[in-house]
Design a protein around this ligand. Structure first.
Ligand SMILES: Cc1cc2nc3c(=O)[nH]c(=O)nc-3n(C[C@H](O)[C@H](O)[C@H](O)COP(=O)(O)O)c2cc1C
Length: 187
């Protein structure tokens, strides 16, 4: 039997909030990883506002983020929904990550998920995120869709995802991401 190489996933939370449900969703993902997958979680604190005058060289935090994206086998985004779209924090980071010379998002396997306190569970934000990632050439998994609505009920006071149905979808998303990453990386 051929041993499959381990997959390293970078989890990116689009929220800077200390008690963020989206960062908590990434922590739940870390509990549900399939064998052979590791998850490093990052938030976007410290990434400056995009300024095209400051690309040469990139600010240190930006260069670090770009290098982490480049080094990852796949990305797992947890997006909040702000005013029916992604957070400015996440869009700002994607703008930095989109830039030449190496364009680390191009061809990168990725999956999305999100948690919101409303009833749409980040559906609208995830559509916008898909649009941006498609433009950047990231290879985004289509299903399952993990949209956590009424997040205050899905997580307990310690920020642990307690909704079993959502845990099931999340586990499935990770399995699919592993298969997807191996499939597209073999091309
Ligand atoms: C500026 C702002 C806009 C928001 N807009 C939406 C929205 O369009 N849809 C929604 O479901 N929740 C919206 N919310 C509520 C967020 O879902 C909620 O604050 C959530 O906890 C944010 O994610 P986080 O816990 O990871 O920080 C908004 C919150 C803020 C602060």
């Amino acid at each position: 039997m051929i041993e499959e190489r381990p997959l390293h996933v970078l989890g990116i939370s689009g929220s800077l909030r200390v008690d963020s449900y989206n960062t908590a969703l990434l922590r739940a993902a870390a509990e549900l990883l399939p064998p052979g997958m590791t998850l490093e979680i990052t938030d976007l604190a410290g990434i400056p506002l995009f300024n095209q005058d400051e690309e040469n060289p990139f600010p240190e935090e930006v260069a670090r983020l770009r290098a982490r994206i480049a080094a990852a086998d796949a990305l797992l985004f947890a997006t909040p929904e702000y005013n029916s779209s992604i957070s400015g924090v996440l869009k700002n980071a994607l703008d930095w990550a989109s830039r030449a010379p190496d364009m680390p998002l191009a061809g990168k396997p990725a999956a999305l998920m999100g948690a919101s306190t409303g009833v749409f569970g980040t559906a609208r934000a995830q559509l916008h995120l898909r649009q941006v990632l498609a433009h950047l050439g990231a290879l985004v998994l289509t299903k399952p869709e993990v949209m956590v609505m009424r997040a205050a009920d899905a997580f307990d006071e310690q920020g642990r995802l307690v909704n079993e149905v959502t845990r099931g979808f999340l586990g499935q998303l990770l399995v699919e991401l592993a298969q997807w990453t191996r499939l597209v990386s073999a091309r």
